[in-house]
Design a protein around this ligand. Structure first.
Ligand code: CA
Length: 442
């Protein structure tokens, strides 16, 4: 875990007044995205180049513009040049000392008492004028399965006699996913087609998925990587992690049920995934860390997955929520309705354990690689992160406030993930939203 420093001071306020008013993005947060101003044909403004920005209140600090305006120390010039690029990979590769130095200078420049306000004020872009792209070139995407509640709930549906497989309590289970279909919040995608086989027939058919689901996950971006053949030790693991975002790993449950044995998920997962634009850095998350625990009657982690540091601060107290807005709600002007509230601190495996396990065989991680945490479900019906669980495999529909029911998602449904951290000693910081809409099958 990163140490607390002056950037975490809960008393800090910003001259960007919207940052001081229950925003997702107070001065203690300072998450990164890749953005540009949307085209504005009325003002004869064509598409700009995508570049790096940091959120503050309802605005974005354009880091290239801020660099050119002379806001930062000269020594930061090589680092800042990496932020002119349309992806964060080169900046991520610089490592945590570089990320922390920039965070420190930005925090001082945005603070209420800063003498740099006049220079930096001209470098702000309103978030309402901005569009975003996936902030890193994601080389490899690994999807973990770290919620034992989710694994048990799903296991009961797919294998009633054997819900939790014996390796689950020893291995941070994961599989290699598909990065090409990870899209930025705000997109829409067509309902996938695939092979579906009902239990009472002999042969599958090719048809549009009937059991389309969301998965409430935390996305984890790798910053600096490791050399092939050289594992990352557990207590160094977080030095290699750039930050976290919200991640919806859309899933076609009927395609999944037919294809997943013997080699795991394939086309049931690779048609679409959604990330939120903002990456909240591990340094920003320092005040919200909690003990990682393993019940005494469960197997304890093998030595390479066990340390005092991991036990003391391995968990992240990150609230997570899912909301749904149906097409009817949208046309009636009804806002998305929350259907689940969960917390990443229930994760059976920590971020460090995912990194240490992923590399223990020598596998190399690269800047911009991405992990999904797996669906984060709590122990109550209100805290499960997928419809598969909320409806017990489609048997018991959920009912929305306007009377509409869902077992699985219908065309026109928009699913919005949200997330935030808060504590008694630190302010609320938010993750923004990861939102996407289901279109009919092509
Ligand atoms: Ca997943």
């Amino acid at each position: 875990m990163k140490n607390l420093n002056e950037t975490h001071n809960p008393e800090l306020t910003s001259w960007v007044s919207s940052a001081n008013d229950q925003s997702d993005f107070p001065i203690q947060n300072l998450p990164f995205a890749i953005f540009r101003r949307k085209s504005n044909l009325k003002q004869n403004q064509g598409p700009e180049k995508f570049r790096a920005g940091v959120a503050i209140g309802d605005s974005i600090v354009d880091l290239k513009a801020a660099h050119k305006a002379g806001v930062f120390s000269m020594a930061l010039t090589p680092m800042l040049k990496t932020l002119y690029k349309p992806r964060l990979n080169s900046f991520m590769a610089l490592g945590e000392a570089a990320w922390s130095t920039l965070r420190g200078e930005l925090s001082r420049a945005l603070a209420s008492d800063s003498s740099l306000r006049a220079q930096l004020e001209t470098c702000l872009v309103s978030q309402s004028e901005a569009e975003y792209k996936v902030p890193a070139r994601i080389g490899d995407f690994t999807d973990f399965y770290t919620s034992i509640n989710h694994a048990t709930n799903v296991g009961k549906l797919f294998r009633p006699d054997n819900p939790l497989l014996p390796n689950y309590q020893w291995i941070p289970i994961g599989y290699h996913g598909r990065s090409s279909s990870i899209e930025i919040s705000g997109h829409a995608f067509h309902r996938p087609k695939g092979q579906l086989k009902a239990p009472d027939v002999d042969a599958p058919v090719l048809a549009p998925c009937k059991r389309l689901d969301y998965e409430l996950e935390v996305g984890i971006y790798i910053g600096s990587g490791n050399t092939l053949g050289h594992p990352i030790e557990l207590d160094q693991a977080e030095d290699h992690v750039f930050g976290l975002c919200l991640f919806n790993d859309w899933s076609a449950r009927d395609i999944q049920a037919w294809e997943y044995q013997p080699l795991g998920p394939f086309l049931s997962k690779s048609f679409a995934s959604t990330v939120s634009p903002w990456i909240v850095t591990m340094e920003a998350l320092a005040p919200y860390r909690q003990a990682w625990t393993r019940d005494a009657d469960h197997p304890q982690p093998l030595p390479y997955l066990n340390s005092h540091n991991n036990r003391n601060t391995g968990a992240v107290d990150m609230h997570l929520e899912v909301s749904i807005q149906t097409a009817k709600m949208r046309s009636d002007g009804i806002a998305p309705e929350r259907v689940a509230l969960s917390n990443f601190n229930q994760s059976y495996w920590s971020i460090s354990q995912m990194v240490a396990h992923h590399t223990v065989n020598g596998c190399n991680l690269k800047p911009g690689d991405f992990f999904g945490s797996g669906t984060q479900s709590g122990t109550t019906p209100e805290s499960v992160g997928a419809l598969l669980e909320a409806t017990t495999g489609g048997k018991h529909p959920i009912t929305l406030s306007n009377g509409e029911q869902r077992t699985f998602l219908e065309d026109g449904d928009t699913v919005v993930l949200g997330g935030w951290c808060e504590s008694e000693t630190a302010p609320r910081i938010g993750f923004g939203k990861a939102s996407a809409t289901v279109l009919s099958a092509l």
